[in-house]
Design a protein around this ligand. Structure first.
Ligand code: NAP
Length: 489
């Protein structure tokens, strides 16, 4: 099959890339297959995006709010209409299962509908003013041009989570998707473009970061960067932008823990932990990667979790029989297997999995079997480091207090959950755990589009979360306005 050549969007125009300036997009289920070819943009082309975005921002902020909302609603409808086509490309470039990809497309559309709905909500505030004949108010304004930098694991959802609030607030957007997964970002741009987004309001920056980094981040017209990705790159970005008047939001890695207490509903705990650990091949920032289990039920829990891992059907995401797809790339597969080997060498037991299948056709893909690691202690790297694969480390503790200490024994702070039937323990857990999302008898996860989402500590610690009304605050500034309308008093 000839790979799909994807145009780039600059100033509202779709331009085909030159054949020699492309990045190949590879199918992680079979790395011999190139599924797309995207432009490798130059630094000069990134500057062109900012030229167009600066003009687009002026036009877009002057566009009535209800018209901005109309564009977002139409884009959401277009994403839903093209759901299967987009999900197919998502599976092809990222590897997740068709069911996971379909959910992602629908939830991405929800972001646009949700933020569009805010256009009809009360806007700004009137504030009491002691001066005669004077009215004071605050209103929200767009920032200007914002850059959105996103990872490969949810290549449509993460751009949608950022672009929807950025656009409804009236900003122009330069979107830099991950190089492994640019195809669905192009679908998103197409939906917004076809819905009538004016030229320049959205530009796609696709290219090798080593070539485009300076043009992307040093442009003087840049007002804000919203980044989702690794903690290491988040730090690089913060340092780079520290002495400029550029807002930075960084949602980063995680090492999320689920606690299974002695009184837990064990069937619920096992099925939920297995789904949260192995779903999307463990490549969710909120995936469960640590389990803290009470000694009284530890053996029973581990045996059942191993059974759940053994029931996973590895295979290409577009095979309806598959329940777990490959990792995103060979490089990532090697990295995940190295984490497992390190755990073994540090004394942990690989109770299940921890290997790359060697039989065809799976050997051509970036597969790793679902992995349960036991005999884990807090000195081990498998307890501390993010793996971002289908690998769960189990640590045995005695009682509630030790369990809470174990959860908080992490530099990260994204998501945690507890399985218990005790209401008092549930609330005590919620109070004492240092994570941005905490749940009871539910998976470690982020939730619906209107619910704030973000992490503490090395998981981000941004002052403003994403999603919901919180998410909008990052993309607007507050102007305080006093008008003396009666000059006679
Ligand atoms: P990554 O390596 O940090 O890359 C993320 C994005 O940053 C990509 O678009 C990447 O471009 C770009 N980038 C790389 N170097 C850069 C630089 N020096 N300056 C500016 N941008 C740069 O992360 P990843 O491997 O794609 O994603 C996995 C990580 O994301 C995991 O740690 C996961 O936990 C985290 N994550 C967090 C959340 C959350 O909400 N907290 C959600 C999802 C994922 P290239 O692709 O071109 O290198």
């Amino acid at each position: 099959m000839r790979p799909k050549a994807v145009p780039r969007l600059v100033d509202g125009q779709w331009r085909m890339p030159a054949e020699d300036a492309c990045i190949d997009v590879v199918d992680p289920a079979d790395v011999r297959r190139i599924v797309g070819r995207v432009p490798a943009m130059s630094a000069g082309e990134i500057t062109e995006l900012y030229d167009a975005a600066a003009k687009g921002a002026q036009r877009w902020r002057a566009t009535p709010l209800l018209e901005r909302a109309r564009v977002l609603v139409d884009a959401a409808a277009d994403l839903r209409r093209r759901r299967d086509e987009i999900a197919a490309d998502l599976v092809a470039e990222m590897g997740k299962t068709r069911a996971e990809a379909t959910v992602e497309v629908v939830k991405s559309a929800d972001f646009f509908d949700y933020y569009a709905s805010l256009a009809r909500q009360p806007y700004g505030q009137l504030i009491a003013d002691g001066r005669p004949g004077t009215q004071t108010s605050v209103r929200n304004e767009p920032l200007g041009v914002v850059c959105l930098i996103t990872p490969w694991n949810d290549p449509l959802l993460t751009p949608a989570r950022k672009a929807a609030p950025a656009l409804i607030a009236g900003n122009a957007v330069v979107l830099k998707p991950a190089s492994e997964t640019p195809l669905v970002a192009v679908h998103l741009a197409r939906s917004l473009h076809d819905a009538g987004l004016p030229a320049g309001v959205l530009g796609l920056a696709v290219g090798r970061i080593s070539v485009i980094e300076a043009a992307l981040l040093d442009d003087p017209r840049l007002a804000a960067v919203s980044f989702t990705g690794s903690t290491a790159i988040g730090r690089v970005l913060r340092r780079r932008l520290a002495d400029r008047n550029v807002r930075v939001q960084a949602e980063l890695g995680g090492k999320n823990a689920s606690v299974v207490l002695a009184d837990a509903d064990l069937d619920l705990a096992v099925s939920t932990v297995a789904a949260a650990s192995f779903g999307q091949t463990g490549q969710r920032c909120t995936a469960t990667s640590r389990v803290v289990v009470d000694r009284k039920i530890a053996d029973e829990f581990v045996a059942a979790l191993v059974n759940a891992a053994a029931a996973v059907r590895l295979g290409a995401g577009d095979d309806p029989a598959s329940t777990m797809g490959p990792l995103v790339s060979r490089r990532h597969q090697v990295d995940v297997l190295a984490h497992v080997e390190r755990a073994r060498s540090q004394g942990a037991t690989i109770a299940f999995g921890g290997a790359a299948p060697s039989d065809e056709p799976l050997s051509h893909g970036c597969f790793v079997t679902p992995t349960v690691v036991t005999d884990v202690d807090p000195s081990m790297s498998i307890w501390r480091d993010e793996v971002f694969g289908p690998v769960v480390a189990v640590r045995v503790v005695d009682g509630f207090d030790e369990a809470v200490r174990a959860v908080n024994d992490s530099a990260y702070g994204l998501a945690a959950s507890v399985f218990t039937r005790d209401l008092a323990q549930s609330y005590a857990f919620v109070d004492r755990v240092d994570t941005g999302q905490v749940s009871v008898n539910l998976p470690t996860s982020g939730w619906d589009v209107h619910m704030p989402f973000g992490g503490f500590g090395d998981s981000g610690g941004s002052t403003v979360k994403e999603q919901g009304l919180e998410g909008l605050r990052f993309y607007s500034r507050v102007k305080t306005v006093a008008i003396r309308f009666d000059t006679t008093s």
